[in-house]
Design a protein around this ligand. Sequence first.
Ligand SMILES: C[S@@+](CC[C@H](N)C(=O)[O-])C[C@H]1O[C@@H](n2cnc3c(N)ncnc32)[C@H](O)[C@@H]1O
Length: 309
Amino acid sequence: MDYSRKIAERLWNQPDKGELESRREETYIDDIIQKDHIERRLLENLEGIETVFDGGAGCGRFSILLAKRGCRVTHFDISQPMIDKAKALAEAEGVADRITFARGALEDLSGYADGAFDMAVSFDAPVSYTYPNQERVVGELARIAKKRIMLSVSSRLGSLPYLANPIQKNQFILDGRSRDPFVKWLIANREKAVRDFTFDRRGAEKLLSDGLMGGEAEIAEYERGGTPWCITYTFMPDELEALLRRFGVKNIQMSGPGAYARTVPNEVLVKIMNDPRQKADFLAFCYRFDSDPHVCGMGKDNLFAMGDL
Ligand SMILES: C[S@@+](CC[C@H](N)C(=O)[O-])C[C@H]1O[C@@H](n2cnc3c(N)ncnc32)[C@H](O)[C@@H]1O
């Protein structure tokens, strides 16, 4: 059962991880939309919140934002390169003294007391990387939160379109001339990805039924601790809602960041993003549309949930 933690430690401690992760919103439009959605949710729900636990806080996208808004934040992550990057960014923003940096795995939150923080958050899927411990991790996040919990996890319905679209990420490239190595790779491999693609109905049915990203051989290898990455567990909306309820969370609201943008072609998205007025209007409307609970399952990659304890 400890393999998720061991593999995550190996994967996320690669030295370039902090730098790459900190540049995502300069590189991909889906990341801009998703982070903007979470930021709005946070800023609208900070009343009475003084202390926050951010689990899998990465390079500080939200821990720094919360510290700038006056919260005391525990920035918790399995990766030292991520923590180092977050510390440097927090210092540059003048809020490092409001943040406690802690290295650890979400699989073990036993060091934190019940209700130790006003709010516990975990964004952009760290919970999904803890498979097969994801339910326990959600329970532990709810346990250490006194007033509120906010999560974004990998979305099963949102991930299924990837299996019919090998060039989905190309749709969200902000600048086709970017020097980012993965952007270069996506562009260079676009035609080959389409040429080599065949739709695998069995694979789609499998993801729909077990929620696990990865083929059977990969999952078996993962369970032996052998894969270089974690098998991601994707949640269905009703499943996540029921889980949160089981751990005492009330007034649950769910949303699907990216649902509105996912059918817009790249050329149009780039045009919108390069015009500040259209960009502001578009992001505000995405937030409205993506917050409708009826579209939450069709968020791109992430399923967002929040509720009160
Ligand atoms: C995609 S990043 C998200 C970072 C940040 N929450 C954000 O939204 O910008 C996922 C983060 O989760 C961390 N992580 C992955 N597995 C973890 C685990 N088992 N325990 C703690 N952190 C983990 C990684 O090191 C990485 O920083």
